[in-house]
Write a protein that binds this ligand. Structure first.
Ligand SMILES: C[S@@+](CC[C@H](N)C(=O)[O-])C[C@H]1O[C@@H](n2cnc3c(N)ncnc32)[C@H](O)[C@@H]1O
Length: 203
């Protein structure tokens, strides 16, 4: 398993700049490269705790946008009026229905969701893939035409199958490894832009 300094430069930067996680800088890097956000957007953040990605999203969408963050853990550090925190397991139908009741029209879905890793590459990849597939099911039900889906995947053999499916559903699909990702980490981010709702039947 990779060893790393828990208090590395991104950890310290997050403390200094008031972000709830060092992961915030990964989303900032993705944003700088792929321009995900616009003012007034409605954003769903899956696997949102402790809240760094949601903080970045709130900054980017402005006062009249909305961010919904879902996680197994409560998101305690965000008190913005345009943030709704939902505690629950995204693998449960009742949690999905709850999210869809808040709104079923999101412009952007971001997902940093990750299983507890056990240090066995194939198992970690598979568990991450399963979670992503759950999020993708939700994306198919709630992302607006033309919308964007960004997610983390632990690298492995099912990546190409997933990208093939995404290429039917989205106009552009990119793979990205941010500098803020720890050395030796299996994680990568996939950015899928231009959701084509009409292609859902073919996927
Ligand atoms: C890497 S952390 C996310 C960090 C977050 N992006 C931030 O900036 O603070 C991954 C999160 O996925 C959540 N998670 C894992 N499985 C989940 C599930 N089945 N349903 C909801 N959240 C889940 C974990 O609780 C954990 O908080």
């Amino acid at each position: 398993m990779a060893t790393y300094d828990r208090k590395d430069k991104f950890y310290l930067k997050a403390k200094r700049e008031g972000y709830l996680s060092r992961a915030a800088y990964k989303l900032i890097e993705i944003e700088n490269k792929y321009k995900l956000f616009r003012k007034n957007m409605t954003v769903l953040d899956c696997g949102a705790a402790p809240g760094g990605w949601s903080q970045v999203a709130i900054e980017k969408i402005g006062k009249s946008g909305k961010v919904v963050g879902i996680d197994l853990d409560e998101i305690k550090g965000i008190h913005s009026p345009n943030f709704i925190g939902v505690v629950g397991d995204i693998e449960l139908d009742e949690v999905i229905e709850n999210l869809l009741n808040i709104t079923n029209r999101y412009d952007l879905v971001i997902s940093d969701i990750a299983p507890n890793t056990i240090g066995v590459r194939d198992a970690d990849h598979y568990n991450s893939y399963e979670l992503v597939m759950k999020v993708l099911e939700l994306v198919k039900r709630c992302l607006d035409n033309g919308g964007t889906f960004v997610f983390k995947l632990f690298e492995g053999e099912l990546r190409s199958k997933l990208i093939k499916e995404l290429k039917v559903l989205f106009k552009q699909v990119y793979t990205f490894k941010p500098d803020a990702t720890r050395k030796g980490s299996m994680e990568l981010y996939i950015v899928a832009k231009g959701f084509i709702k009409n292609n859902l039947i073919e996927s």
